[in-house]
Design a protein around this ligand. Structure first.
Ligand SMILES: Nc1nc2c(c(=O)[nH]1)N[C@H]1C(S)=C(S)[C@@H](COP(=O)(O)OP(=O)(O)OC[C@H]3O[C@@H](n4cnc5c(=O)[nH]c(N)nc54)[C@H](O)[C@@H]3O)O[C@H]1N2
Ligand SMILES: Nc1nc2c(c(=O)[nH]1)N[C@H]1C(S)=C(S)[C@@H](COP(=O)(O)OP(=O)(O)OC[C@H]3O[C@@H](n4cnc5c(=O)[nH]c(N)nc54)[C@H](O)[C@@H]3O)O[C@H]1N2
Ligand code: SF4
Ligand SMILES: [Mo]
Length: 903
């Protein structure tokens, strides 16, 4: 059986066909009919079915009755009653602003809608904010300041019409892969198209560009202002468009007058000529499109980063036309939906503004309440500060993992620790935030819930449910409605019963649709039936458009009219700020953070699929080889990394991708896979003044070698992936005992758990014995070798001539070889010989496969490099090895290996 849904990962919003037998999800395919992806999926989307396992899920409500005690399973009635009582107590004693919701751009629009209504319409506070504050809020503010509304004006189809694409602060080869596939196709079809990438790092996206501007972190505004300077100087602006459809240009023109390419080149650390080239390509191309994401948004001047980029589209009149426009890539699958329903502390339903009394009145009327509160609620960073200071006493978290993803992580943990009552509504059992929850509510997730999502190009899809949720998990919207109805009478609002009396999820959608009437995102022509018959639709799609047989609008502002008071788009004079935190002698390196190709955020889903570790198998800090050399550190050694807020130990990785003086760490690694709190213990919480988005991309750090001479590697093959996950979970509490430790899965058809440890001295024999017992390395079937003098010990379990478990202590250089033997279930005579000899290095013949580059076809780096060495080009590699022929996510990396084989 097949059910149409969408991928729950990124904002590309690919359609998927869920294959199932009525009881289990058995496979997933790209939906050929979905206009976002036409059947394609990336590495994450195509492994979704492997994440649909009840064993990893939160299955029942759990309640902690006394602080310090573990949570116990309770029934739903008790769970909802307890939540309602505790929230009512706080509201009745301390007022509605003493409670808050912290929710997520991964909720469906209907879930979001009821959360927002419950806080603003029922409880009477605006304290509802989301992880979109860490993600899209600068893009929202930039669109509103310039174009007048939070509406990305473009469509993916515009890639096919562009003559120049400028990707700024985004790495779509990793983060929006299927959109990047479409850009690759467009380039093939239009060989004259220019691709410019602005990113301090030489990512796979940057490496594939015609021009890579590797600017110094935080210097974007200088660059876009200097490009405008060149456009003006060379007569490449569209004076007629500026005069007819914009305002504020004179001030910006004056501002950029002194920002010559030479000035910007100095600020940005790039060649003056490259800035001129970028401006000319943009200005001379009939159609030019910009794309941006977190490299611009996650900054203390994120709003103005966006505004400076948008100004290039406005000044050249390249907006509202095919192949043109400023296109913000949405991070999460439904951050757009959350913005549409106004599910943030400073917004209201259907793009209405909290600050506007008429808007507040309209929303109150829609909801049938006297009023909605006027004071803006607290935004993410402020919200957790308020929790920490005891001003917020009850916190409801849904579909996000703040104990991993928020900046200033130690403070966030303190906040969660001291909060009187924390509810966590989660689909998976063991996220970092779960440790702090007093009440955990099991949520249905992908494949089990129905509703709608809106992707980056304003396209609304109907997400369908393939199976019922496991055990007692329930859809998010239903949990919220049950809570709201229980809470109402306790806070003197009996009409809650009526406000939240939906007979199903479509009734919520219908209410949301009604709220958009006459707004820029008017979708009064939409219902589930139309989405089912005509397919996913872009907004607006008004009732009148539907009556006239039209579909949703692909491109906005074709008429040059903008939703501002004057109908004109606005130029904004940006602040010329740098990053909030500067490097200095004590913290001399600039750290940026971001995404890996095959992992998703806190890894609650992707971290449970062994093969998704094969591209990058451990947390690491990327540093320029010259910097590593200057510190006298080799790639693979451990470093103590510290910032003004915290420190952790990470493995050094030499990478030409990062410039001198810079460093990169992926955001994914948290307390479930590392001994430390995770990368965000380093990252600060300074925010943009307009969007309140924190500067997650920029921190100053120091590094020094971590002197941890004692090393250990533990590996164990398990019966199946579920067993490997369970084994990994049993090892999580061990992580913090060591000065350094990391956990990972490995393998593909055979799944293994891998734990790497380093310590300042040998660990107590009792610990070793306990770990051996845990991993089945303690009985008579185990081969063991010990060289006390050299402090080396090896233990291995061999079953049916295959290695199934290993513990190496003292020296772990053979780890990669042994791991391959294990997960590929190869038998080898060399293994026994090696095990029983005082050798640590692997046999010379044992050339490993190396990292897996192509995850679909399981093709490794070394195999690709060997074929390249034998003269293969991309076509030959694809024909011979199959790499890059399925989802295509690895093609940028393969292309790069072809031009510079050594990485
Ligand atoms: N594989 C994968 N894909 C994802 C996600 C995931 O977790 N995993 N998450 C999704 C979500 S929620 C989001 S928000 C998106 C994020 O998508 P992206 O924003 O594309 O990804 P990031 O890696 O966070 O950051 C992009 C780039 O910004 C660069 N950068 C850092 N500082 C600066 C700067 O000062 N200026 C410029 N111009 N660039 C800078 C970084 O080097 C990095 O390469 O990805 C989505 N897609
Ligand atoms: N250093 C650094 N930090 C960052 C970033 C960065 O670039 N650098 N990026 C920031 C950005 S852009 C983002 S978007 C955030 C993301 O950060 P988070 O929001 O914390 O990331 P996720 O791990 O996706 O959290 C979503 C949670 O929802 C759960 N879940 C999944 N489906 C459902 C469901 O249907 N219902 C419910 N109730 N729960 C469900 C998942 O198990 C998961 O634990 O991280 C931010 N933090
Ligand atoms: S690009 Fe990948 S992660 Fe994003 S929606 Fe498509 S399949 Fe999912
Ligand atoms: Mo995001």
């Amino acid at each position: 059986m097949q059910t149409r849904a969408t991928c729950p990962y990124c904002g590309v919003g690919c359609g998927v066909l869920i294959e199932h037998d009525g009881e289990r999800i058995t496979g997933v395919r790209g939906d050929p009919a979905h206009p976002a992806n036409f059947g394609r999926l990336c590495t994450k989307g195509s492994t979704l079915h492997l994440t649909a396992r009840p064993q990893t899920r939160l299955l029942y409500p759990e309640l902690r009755r006394t602080r310090g005690e573990p949570r116990q399973r309770v029934g739903w009635d008790e769970a909802i009653a307890t939540a309602a009582n505790r929230f009512a107590e706080v509201i009745n004693t301390h007022g509605p602003d003493a409670v808050a919701f912290y929710i997520s751009g991964q909720l469906l629009t209907e879930d979001y809608y009821v959360f927002n209504k419950a806080m603003k319409g029922l409880i009477g506070s605006n304290n509802v904010d989301t992880n979109s504050r860490l993600c899209m809020s600068s893009a929202v503010a930039a669109y509103k300041q310039t174009l007048g509304a939070d509406a990305p004006p473009c469509a993916y189809e515009d890639f096919d019409h562009a003559d120049c694409i400028l990707i700024a602060g985004a790495n779509p080869a990793y983060a929006h892969p299927v959109a990047f596939r479409r850009i690759e196709d467009a380039r093939k079809a239009r060989p004259h198209m220019k691709l410019i990438v602005v990113d301090p790092r030489r990512t796979d996206t940057a490496a594939s560009a015609d021009l890579h501007l590797a600017i110094l972190p935080g210097t974007d505004i200088w660059l876009y202002n200097a490009m405008l300077h060149v456009l003006l100087r060379e007569g490449l602006v569209d004076a007629a468009f500026i005069a007819a459809h914009t305002e504020g240009f004179d001030a910006l023109r004056t501002h950029v007058d002194t920002i010559t390419p030479a000035v910007a080149a100095g600020a940005c650390g790039v060649a003056e000529a490259d800035i001129v080239t970028a401006a000319r390509w943009w200005g001379q191309s009939p159609a030019a499109l910009s794309l941006w994401c977190q490299g611009l948004n996650q900054s203390t001047h994120g709003t103005h980063n966006g505004a400076a980029l948008i100004a290039l589209s406005l000044a050249t009149g390249k907006i509202g036309k095919p192949g043109c426009g400023p296109f913000s890539l949405t991070g999460q699958p439904n951050a757009m939906g959350g913005r549409e329903v106004g599910g943030l502390a400073n917004l209201l339903s259907a793009h209405r503004d909290l600050a506007n009394p008429a808007h507040r009145e309209e929303v109150a009327r829609l909801w049938g309440v006297d009023s909605v509160p006027a004071t803006p609620g607290l935004t993410a960073v402020e919200l957790f500060q308020a929790v920490r200071e005891g001003r917020i006493k009850a916190l409801w978290i849904a579909c996000t993992n703040p104990a991993q993803s928020m900046p200033e992580l130690e403070r966030v943990r303190e906040a969660l620790q001291c909060c009187d009552f924390v509810v966590l509504q989660e689909a998976f059992r063991s996220t970092e935030t779960a440790a702090f929850a007093d009440l955990m509510l099991p949520a249905a997730t992908w494949g089990e819930k129905e509703g709608t999502v809106t992707n980056s190009e304003r396209r609304v899809s109907h997400v369908r449910r393939a199976l019922p949720p496991p055990a007692e998990a329930r859809p998010d919207w239903r949990i919220v409605c049950d809570f709201a109805r229980a809470l109402g009478p306790l806070i003197g609002k009996p009409h809650a019963a009526h406000m939240f009396a939906y007979d199903g999820v479509e009734a919520i959608f219908a209410e949301h649709v009604a709220s958009t009437a006459g707004r820029d995102l008017d979708i009064t022509g939409l219902d589930y039936a139309l989405l089912d018959s005509a397919g996913p639709q872009q907004w607006p799609l008004t009732a009148a458009m539907r009556a006239a047989g039209e579909v949703g609008r692909g491109r906005l502002y074709a008429d040059g009219h903008f939703p501002t008071a004057s109908g004109r788009a606005r130029f904004v004079v940006p602040v010329q700020a740098s990053t909030a935190e500067q490097v200095d002698a004590r913290y001399p390196l600039h750290l940026t953070t971001g995404r890996l190709r095959d992992q998703w955020h806190g890894m609650s889903r992707t971290g449970k699929v062994a093969r998704l570790y094969s591209h990058v198998d451990e947390a690491r800090i990327d540093l320029n080889p010259a910097d590593l050399q200057a510190y006298g550190v080799h790639s693979g050694e451990l470093l103590r990394v510290s910032s003004r807020r915290g420190e952790l130990v990470l493995r050094a990785h030499a990478s030409e991708e990062v410039g001198r003086g810079q460093a990169f760490v992926a955001m994914h690694w948290g307390r479930n896979v590392l001994d430390s709190g995770g990368i965000n213990v380093l990252v600060g919480g300074d925010v943009d003044p307009f969007s309140r988005q924190p500067e997650l991309k920029h921190s100053a750090i120091a590094i020094e070698r971590a002197e941890l001479p004692w090393q250990m590697l533990l590996m164990r093959v398990e019966r199946d992936e579920c067993a490997a996950i369970e084994q990994a979970e049993s090892l999580v509490p061990w992580l913090e005992r060591f000065a350094y430790a990391s956990l990972a899965l490995a393998g593909r058809d055979t799944a293994a758990v891998v734990m790497r440890v380093a310590h300042d001295q040998p660990i107590p024999p009792a610990w070793l014995a306990e770990l051996d017992a845990l991993l089945g390395l303690d009985d008579d079937c185990v081969l063991s070798f010990e060289d006390r003098r050299r402090g080396i010990s090896k233990r291995a379990r061999i079953e049916n001539e295959c290695l199934v478990g290993v513990r190496l202590a003292g020296d772990t250089v053979a780890g990669a070889w042994l791991r391959e033997l294990m997960v590929e279930a190869q038998s080898t005579a060399e293994l026994r010989r090696w095990l029983l000899a005082p050798l640590s290095v692997p046999p010379a013949a044992a050339a490993g496969r190396g990292r897996i580059v192509c995850n679909c076809l399981n093709v490794s780096e070394n195999e690709i490099a060997a074929a390249i060495g034998a003269g293969a080009d991309l076509d030959a590699l694809q024909a011979k090895l199959g790499c890059g022929t399925s989802c295509g996510s690895c093609v940028p990396e393969i292309r790069r290996m072809l031009t510079a084989p050594v990485r």
